[in-house]
Design a protein around this ligand. Structure first.
Ligand code: SF4
Length: 190
């Protein structure tokens, strides 16, 4: 019998390694889907694509790419709701994934966002399940955070780029601007 086919939304190379191993061990035939209009600026976007290209080659992973740099649509989508931007961001990426899975006849979809310790895990799960219900494609939920160390270790071994911030220019500021972080904590950011 042929393996069931899953479309795995991929945020970046390092986060792919552990989920890919688990899904393959479970018997899924995995295809990756790169769609991340949230990664800025442009040179960072290209750098993350390069890291994933390496992973795809080493792991023999088929990939569907959307390499359009999505700065403008992303900023329009989160404008005036910057504090809730992650929810919008997850929805943008997972909705594109479920639509692609439906269009191409995949049995299920999932996301490497479930691997990151830095994402709102429960919210990713909730959005995935809601989209699954709306589009009629199974969402495979796993707590991939369990394999954090394994994935990070392998990324180091492969010497691929491991990014220091989540992706959007807002998260880049939160990572490097200490003053801004303090204001955020005190909720003094407009
Ligand atoms: S912090 Fe990360 S998840 Fe949240 S909006 Fe920015 S890129 Fe998306």
């Amino acid at each position: 019998m042929e393996n069931k086919k899953i479309l795995l939304h991929i945020c970046c190379g390092p986060c792919t390694l552990y989920p890919l191993r688990v899904l393959r061990d479970e018997g899924w035939s995995v295809t990756g889907f790169f769609y991340n209009p949230n990664i800025h600026p442009y040179r960072e976007f290209r750098r993350r694509i390069k890291a994933l290209e390496t992973v795809a080659e080493v792991k023999d992973l088929p990939l569907i790419w959307d390499k359009t740099y999505g700065l403008r649509p992303f900023l329009r989508a989160v404008a005036f709701r910057e504090d809730r931007r992650c929810e919008v961001c997850y929805l943008m990426r997972l909705e594109a994934t479920v639509k692609k899975a439906l269009e191409l006849g995949f049995d299920a979809f999932s996301t490497t966002l479930l691997y990151s310790r830095y994402q709102a895990h429960g919210l990713v799960k909730e959005i995935g399940e809601d989209l699954s219900f709306r589009y009629g494609v199974d969402f495979v939920y796993r707590d991939f955070r369990e394999g954090w160390e394994e994935g990070q270790e392998e990324a180091r071994r492969l010497e691929i780029y491991r990014q220091p911030y989540c992706g959007c220019i807002f998260s880049e500021q939160e990572r490097y601007d200490k003053k801004f972080r303090k204001l955020l904590k005190k909720k003094e950011v407009e």
